[in-house]
Design a protein around this ligand. Structure first.
Ligand SMILES: Nc1ncnc2c1ncn2[C@@H]1O[C@H](COP(=O)(O)OP(=O)(O)OP(=O)(O)O)[C@@H](O)[C@H]1O
Ligand SMILES: [Mg+2]
Length: 303
């Protein structure tokens, strides 16, 4: 069901909790720093109801690929994110189990407050689980030290934040160019900004741009890093339909042509049609995970 994508060597990059990661080059790798658990990629199975779940029968048996021929890049195993409010405990995410294959495009849907951003933040190593395990490429993120988690974000993750998170004192170009300081092999900022239609505005500061232009700058910053895992929280929320569709096409190309794994949170259920996998979240739980055998091209989606 998946296209025959293979990951390409080189140009893996980043993230974007820029504020967190500007200190990156100052983070030394200490001996014994990485106490992460490691295991081989696991196989997934499809249940009768269509859900893709980890094949528990393969826990101890090393398997390189998922059932569709692609490696499992990410796996959540009984992941919880809990907040304490006085004597009460509140679960933003509870007992989440899911797998995401390398190179697929995943859409996460759910009502406001369902836990979508929480899920995305855990995927990107921007937040830590209260319990459970998060496997990325065979490593358990929940065992990482702060330094190791910083390196994980810098090397593997690009983020389009729900509220952009641009640095107000830098121009659009400079915001995107920051990626070069985090890792080698980034796309030229001008090229990334042109890809989102902002070539004309690249020397403007965030305060001089519309919400949609700031959002596109945030998208350019994430794609410039050419990350293995691209996380997008409502990337079209501030865009008109035409511009939103261009962004969707761009994200789909990152998955289809570049083999990047793209995870997009949205309220727009029409976007489910272009996804390889649709994860529905409700009240802090995973309501359903459905693999789409014939995802539409982004140009065919209307809303
Ligand atoms: N730091 C925090 N402290 C306490 N509660 C939190 C915290 N962060 C998130 N929550 C709560 O966890 C729940 C899930 O939040 P989350 O931001 O993941 O929702 P969401 O699905 O992304 O919603 P939206 O669509 O409105 O962005 C919400 O009820 C939220 O109030
Ligand atoms: Mg959110």
């Amino acid at each position: 069901m998946f296209r025959g994508k293979k990951k390409k060597p080189g140009q893996e990059l980043e993230i974007v909790d820029i504020e967190k990661d500007r200190s990156l080059d100052k983070v030394p790798e200490k001996p014994g720093d990485d106490k992460s658990k490691k295991r081989r990629k696991r196989k997934t199975i499809r249940e009768d109801n269509g859900k893709i779940v980890p094949d528990k029968g393969h826990n101890k048996e090393p398997v390189e690929e998922g059932e569709d021929g692609h490696g499992v890049l990410i796996e959540f195993e009984d992941v919880c994110k809990k907040y304490s409010q006085g004597e009460n405990e509140f679960y933003a995410l509870k007992d989440a189990n899911l797998t995401i294959n390398e190179g697929e495009m995943v859409v996460i849907l759910g009502p406001s407050g369902a836990g979508k951003s929480t899920l995305l933040n855990l995927l990107g190593g921007m937040d830590c689980a209260s319990s459970g395990h998060i496997w990325f490429d065979g490593d358990d993120l929940t065992t990482y030290s702060d330094n190791r988690l910083t390196r994980y974000r810098a090397e593997n993750v690009g983020v389009v934040f729900q509220f952009y998170n641009l640095i107000p004192t830098l121009t659009a170009y400079e915001n995107v160019a920051l990626m070069k300081d985090i890792k080698d092999g980034t796309t030229d900022p001008k090229e990334a900004l042109s890809a989102v239609g902002l070539a004309q505005h690249m020397h403007q500061f965030p305060s001089q741009m519309s919400g949609g232009e700031q959002q596109r700058t945030s998208i350019a910053r994430a794609i410039a890093k050419n990350p293995k895992l691209l996380l997008c929280d409502e990337p079209t929320g501030a865009l008109d339909t035409g511009t939103g569709k261009e962004v969707l096409k761009l994200l789909q190309r990152m998955s289809r042509d570049k083999g990047r794994t793209v995870v997009m949170v949205t309220h727009n259920s029409f976007f489910a049609d272009i996804a390889d996998t649709v994860i529905r979240v409700k009240n802090g739980g995973i309501e359903s995970i459905v693999r789409n055998d014939a995802p539409k091209d982004a140009s065919e989606v209307f809303w």
